[in-house]
Design a protein around this ligand. Sequence first.
Ligand code: NAP
Length: 421
Amino acid sequence: MGQVMERKYNGLTVPEGEKVQFANGKPLCPSKPIIPFIEGDGTGPDIWRASRRVIDAAVQHAYGNQRSIAWFEVFAGEKANNEFGEWLPEDSLEAIREYGVAIKGPLTTPVGGGIRSLNVTLRQVFDLYCCVRPVRYFQGVPSPVVAPEKLDVVIYRENTEDVYAGIEYPVDSPEAKKLIQLIEGFGKKVRPDSGIGIKPISRTGSQRLVRRAIEYAIQYGRSSVTLVHKGNIQKFTEGAFRDWGYQVAESEFKSAVISEDTLYKEHGGKLPAGQIVIKDRIADSMFQQVLTRPDEYSVIATTNLNGDYLSDACAAQVGGLGIAPGANIGDNCAIFEATHGTAPKYAGQDVINPGSVILSGAMMLEYLGWTEARDLIHKAFAKTIQKRLVTYDLERLMKGATKLKTSEFASAIIENMKSAD
Ligand code: NAP
């Protein structure tokens, strides 16, 4: 009998299970997927321990012994640097590349020393071009607005282009001087003491992002996709994003989408069953709209910088900055992650709110097609907050709440799962 080779990354043996395969950018999930996890720095270990228990309990509760997750630890950040002398070992990248779907806690961004942000590196290495941030309200969470429950959006933010492409030169540098000269050759004026940044927005990058946003809206029965741009000023970047977005909708999803114009002219503003409206808004107006007409928006597709601002503004509106989940998704890889930082002053104290990683875990289950387990987490999470059982950060803002430790909050969610379905 041939010997089965053990697979190892960073010296750790991969547990028994199967890898998630991808077809046309979509995951095909086995009943026991191997999922690499990075527990994260600072409060990461506290958060990860709690989150893993909740995710496992939801899967167990939804599917009994039919499905489970084979977790596999990979290293990044301070823990990797301490154990291997590297912030992001090649083996960790290899493991994520091999198994495709991963989840991570927050990572310290090393300051100085020429080390790039680990989060940015992961996005670039795996071409994770969609930054996905669902924003919804959980009853009982303190919010700065009157009717936070009206906001329920999923933001698809382009993750690889725009002013984040890293093409930027300081004032007086030879590159800035050369670019200023070049631009002046086009008959435009630029002050000589300018720093210069370049904002590339491509047809390819825009269309693949909008395509994913529309597919998501179709798959989950969402009513609209809104292209958010600043095309009134930046015509050939932001304006082009809008035009390319409409082109994708028209050429690839003709039978599923209608324009806002058609919606009002032909259907009196009432959306025909099974259809999605595709519309666009100028970015500054969109910041008003999510406050004044939040229920008119469902899926939002936008460029990188707009998406960065809008995600945090929307999360703040539902009071959920500390519990906002997120994912970075490409065609052959997806990484689910906390959207907050490592909150190092609370490290090891078992007090931090694990909500962001727990809800990112729910997003991961949805991505894998395990929606029953996702629903269990959402319902149990909502129920726990409604009972005012929360960690310190929410307790200090809520009247009559009970302050729980990180681990106790996870246990309360698991307990509430039993009566959540
Ligand atoms: P931070 O870690 O997000 O923490 C700032 C403050 O936000 C905390 O002191 C705490 O406020 C609150 N907070 C954050 N997460 C919380 C949670 N889960 N539960 C309750 N409260 C929470 O931001 P930072 O101090 O600016 O950054 C620390 C490190 O994290 C840096 O190295 C940074 O580069 C890194 N970072 C990583 C990511 C990522 O991996 N995605 C994102 C951002 C920053 P109170 O003290 O008021 O309770």
